[in-house]
Design a protein around this ligand. Structure first.
Ligand code: ADP
Length: 267
């Protein structure tokens, strides 16, 4: 990916960030945060300097997925006398989530402009330092936050996560169409199909396409964007997410290949 500026930005916080990559989905629950977290881990394991912004106002997942539920970011004074948020570092990744600023058990009834301003602060008022990649876990759908982020910051490209069900694919179409809209025009790095199939331990050569087969690939072909790969349903992915250690931290040949392949295609 070559860094490209889609909109002018007046923010010096972002000057030392080479690539800002959005991870999006049409629906919630399809594995967008799982993909964002594990992509960040794979890129960091490869030696890149990586940051991750969890901009999912409706259900921030980074605190759980990185075992940081009660963590609070600190602040730092920069050379020009401004106070900036200091991201929390874990597994070699600089992390910031809207969830760090809210009570984990209370809903945050954001109005659109409030949410947009909060998200802007995660970009502009944070001491990100030098980064090769800043991965952004977007809220599901196509709303205020998407418009704010795509129009305010120099985005390199977007990865779109879907599952194979028709209901998910239909919403993914809208997300893809949004990135291609003239006012937005963000390069789509590709479609990832998650929860594609299941392989029982006792039948290791069988793939069961529980939710349908080939939908993600067809969608990528329809929009003429790369298809980045299928991620199967694997118990350890869910367990890893819940226990706060993204699965890609461990040796897992299949997942290393799937996430490594995705990382290789966007790097
Ligand atoms: P989203 O960000 O799209 O809302 P999440 O990444 O939070 O979705 O995933 C929803 C749930 O599904 C989480 O518990 C996650 O661990 C689990 N999950 C995601 N992908 C897989 C997978 N391939 N296999 C098993 N569980 C998965």
């Amino acid at each position: 990916v070559t860094s490209r500026v889609t909109q002018p930005t007046n923010s010096s916080s972002l000057d030392n960030i080479k690539n800002i990559i959005l991870v999006s989905s049409g629906k919630g629950g399809v594995g967008k945060s799982t993909v964002a977290s594990n992509l960040a881990v794979v890129l960091a394991k490869d030696g890149a300097k990586v940051g991750l912004i969890d901009a999912d106002i409706y259900g921030p997942s980074v605190p759980t997925m990185f075992d940081l539920v009660n963590a609070k970011p600190g602040a730092v004074e920069t050379e020009d006398g401004k106070t900036k948020i200091l991201p929390i570092e874990k597994y070699g990744i600089k992390l910031l989530s809207l969830g760090f600023f809210a009570d984990p058990d209370q809903p945050v009834p954001w109005r659109g402009p409030m949410a947009s301003n909060a998200v802007k602060q995660l970009f502009n008022d944070t001491n990100w330092g030098e980064l090769d990649y800043l991965i952004v876990d977007l809220p599901p759908g196509t709303g205020d936050i998407h418009i704010t982020i795509t129009q305010s910051f120099p985005i390199s490209g977007a990865v779109v996560v879907t599952t194979p069900q028709q209901v998910a694919l239909a919403d993914t179409k809208k997300g893809l169409a949004m990135f291609k809209m003239p006012g937005i025009n963000i390069p789509v790095l590709g479609v990832i199909e998650n929860m594609s199939y299941f392989t029982p331990a006792e039948l290791p050569d069988n793939k069961y396409y529980i939710f349908g087969n080939g939908g993600g690939r067809k969608l990528a072909e329809y929009f003429d964007v790369p298809f980045l790969g299928e991620i199967p349903i694997i118990q350890s992915i869910a367990e890893a997410g819940d226990s706060g250690k993204p699965v890609a931290l461990n040796q897992n040949p299949l997942l290393d290949t799937v996430f490594g392949d995705i990382a290789g295609k966007i790097a």
